[in-house]
Design a protein around this ligand. Structure first.
Ligand code: F6R
Length: 614
């Protein structure tokens, strides 16, 4: 949610900043801007509404030669997308320029105080107060000489979250960045230094990374970098190495990242399993779980705070953990957990699930759980992300960068990891070796089966041709595939803007059936599992009301052909793993419907990839 890239080195900053913005665009894309400090100390800034390419057009013919600069791509929180609200924001004298991710919660109060002091504001954003606070600090009675001192002083007056990058005509040649609650990392190059909200913007230039922690400030210049806390004390930071390749963040043969990422399902499952299966013992080996075994008392409850797609993965995980480990499990929207946390304690394992590892509500849920002394385990895809570092134990998905804003491969990976967690917890309780083995054996076949499910893409595309113009869809599933129905509906609505509702199939009669007509199709997830017959009854009820049915069913099921208007087959697997295969045709269906409707699939309207504000 909003992307920051900034640079201090010997090369011209502008091309580096623009290239970084393109890589960060998936985090927010309603406006963008840059500011570069020129050799004479003057700061030049250009902003534009729309995509990074709109900014690039606005920059054509503009000469920027400076080697220190900041840039931002925005997802609006305070103030509509407009040039005035785009970052960087400047002070009254166009001397201090700031880009900001996060929310300054007391901005109204600070703005009023600054207005009284004569400052003139030019945007409706919360962020602009930062530029004026730094201006005030630079001009203050104690006259701090260095930009970093002025930034520290300014930050004393704000409440909320921020990741910021600042340049100024005063102390030109220096880039100051700071973090509280919004991700920020430094890239260490050879005589050049970067700071970004996301490693995607850095990977082309350097793999040497320093993660800033909350209340830390980085001072970067072509001569070097230093990290301090807000009390001016130097902080020794480790340099870590980024993993992954540049091609991970490219579309390759695919038209969209989303299509590429859906088709990565087999590899994603393999990567989540690699080195973790102890088939002989019918269990799994994951470092985090070893430390959980050592540190914690018996786990009596599991609570899963998460958001969106990760929440739906958590719902399927609940069924896995309850069925195979017998441990009561509750899945809580992280945004609710934050203000109404369930009872927690040393015997409750809190499992935070997040692709980005930066979702503000999930991060806060982890912090709240730690305050309540509950053991915290994170299932996170982005290595080194805030949630990964905040939780006491972590399991990485190793799914590779997910660039499409709609989460696809992460869901598949999260379900795979949750099945491993269920086996491990089960084996700590009463799950037998043989049941553990049978789950692990089936998991080993899953990549091939996912490839078979993906091979149905042309058939899914045909269905999208038929249904692409419909505006309303109902998605139904039971037990393990209720979360799949919720996820299928979420995918469709977020990228195609068709209205879609996911429901537990048994709940249909309690309301949603009123919606069913011959122009309100229902997608039913009906694999051959323990609730298949019940789901078939629901299909019949819809047919009786002239509703059209698209069924996701298990290969070889000929009975369903008599009932459903269209069928998408998936390979047979054990019940707990059916969501991993069943979601594939649903992801493809959402993709092709959105494609037919001409939607901007990788950057859907109003959304941003990682939600770093609450
Ligand atoms: C949906 C989607 C979102 C995310 C949610 C949580 O396609 O991408 O619903 O799943 O914002 O994000 P993470 O998993 O990064 O915490």
């Amino acid at each position: 949610m909003c992307g920051i890239i900034s640079y201090a080195g010997k090369r011209k900053a502008l091309p580096i900043l623009l290239e970084g913005l393109y890589r960060l665009e998936y985090r927010g894309y309603d406006s963008a801007g840059v500011a570069v400090v020129e050799k004479n100390g003057v700061v030049q800034s250009v902003r534009a509404v729309g995509r990074v390419e709109d900014l690039a057009s606005s920059l054509s013919g503009v000469d920027m030669h400076g080697t220190v600069g900041i840039a931002h791509t925005r997802w609006a929180t305070h103030g509509a997308p407009s040039v005035a609200n785009a970052h960087p924001h400047a002070d009254c004298k166009n001397s201090v320029f700031v880009v900001h991710n996060g929310i300054i919660e007391n901005h109204n109060h600070v703005r009023s105080a600054l207005l009284r002091e004569g400052h003139v504001f030019s945007s409706e954003t919360d962020s602009e107060v930062l530029a004026h606070l730094i201006e005030r600090a630079l001009a203050g009675y104690r006259k701090p000489f260095f930009l970093e001192d002025a930034v520290s002083e300014a930050l004393r007056h704000v409440e909320g979250t921020f990741g910021i990058a600042v340049v100024s005509a005063h102390d030109a040649g220096k880039l100051v960045v700071a973090r509280r609650g919004s991700p920020l990392l430094l890239g260490i190059g050879d005589g050049e230094f970067f700071a970004a909200s996301d490693s995607a913007a850095l990977v082309r230039h350097t793999r040497r990374i320093v993660y800033l922690d909350d209340n830390e400030l980085g001072i970067l210049s072509p001569q070097g970098y230093e990290v301090r806390n807000f009390r001016h004390k130097p902080v020794a930071k480790a340099i870590e190495t980024l993993v992954g390749s540049l091609s991970d963040a490219q579309k390759g043969q695919y038209e969209h990242f989303m299509a590429k990422e859906i088709h990565e399902a087999p590899d994603v499952i393999r990567n989540a399993l690699r080195g973790r299966v102890l088939y002989h013992d019918g269990t799994v080996k994951i470092g985090a779980l070893d430390s959980l075994a050592k540190k914690s008392a018996r786990i009596e409850r599991v609570v899963i705070p998460s958001c969106g797609t990760s929440f739906y993965a958590g719902l399927a995980g609940k069924y896995m953990i309850e069925e195979f480990a017998g441990i009561p499990t509750e899945v809580v929207h992280a945004s609710e957990f934050r203000y109404a946390p369930p009872p927690l304690g040393a015997h409750t394992l809190v499992v935070a699930i997040s692709q980005s590892g930066e979702t503000a509500d999930t991060l806060e849920a982890v912090r709240e759980a730690k305050r309540k002394r509950a053991p915290t385990l994170a299932i996170v895809n982005v290595v080194g992300s805030s949630i990964a570092r905040e939780a006491q134990m972590g399991i990485y998905n190793y799914a590779g960068p997910e660039i499409g804003v709609a989460s696809t491969k992460a869901f598949i990976s999260q379900l795979t990891v949750l099945s491993l967690l269920a086996v491990w917890l089960g084996r700590q309780h009463s799950l037998s070796v043989s049941t553990g083995r049978s789950i692990l054996e089936e998991l080993q076949y899953l990549p091939q089966k996912a490839a078979v499910a993906l091979a149905a893409a042309p058939r899914v595309r045909e269905l999208a041709e038929i249904y692409g113009a419909y505006d309303n869809f109902l998605y139904l599933g039971r037990k393990y595939n209720w979360p799949t129905a919720l996820e299928g509906a979420l995918k469709l609505k977020e990228i195609s803007y068709a209205h879609a509702e996911g429901y537990a199939a048994g709940e249909m009669k309690h309301g949603p059936i009123a919606l069913v007509t011959d122009t309100f199709p229902t997608v039913v997830i009906a694999p051959s599992d323990s609730v298949y017959e019940k789901t078939i009854s629901n299909i019949q009820e819809i047919k009786a009301r002239r509703g059209k049915i698209i069924a996701v069913a298990t290969e070889g099921n000929t009975e369903i052909e008599k009932l459903a208007d269209h069928i998408l087959f998936i390979p047979k697997t054990i019940e707990m793993l059916t969501p991993i295969l069943a979601v594939i045709p649903l992801q493809l269906f959402a993709y092709y419907v959105a494609h037919k409707r001409g939607c901007d699939i990788d950057k859907p309207r109003n959304l941003a990839k990682s939600v770093t504000v609450e």
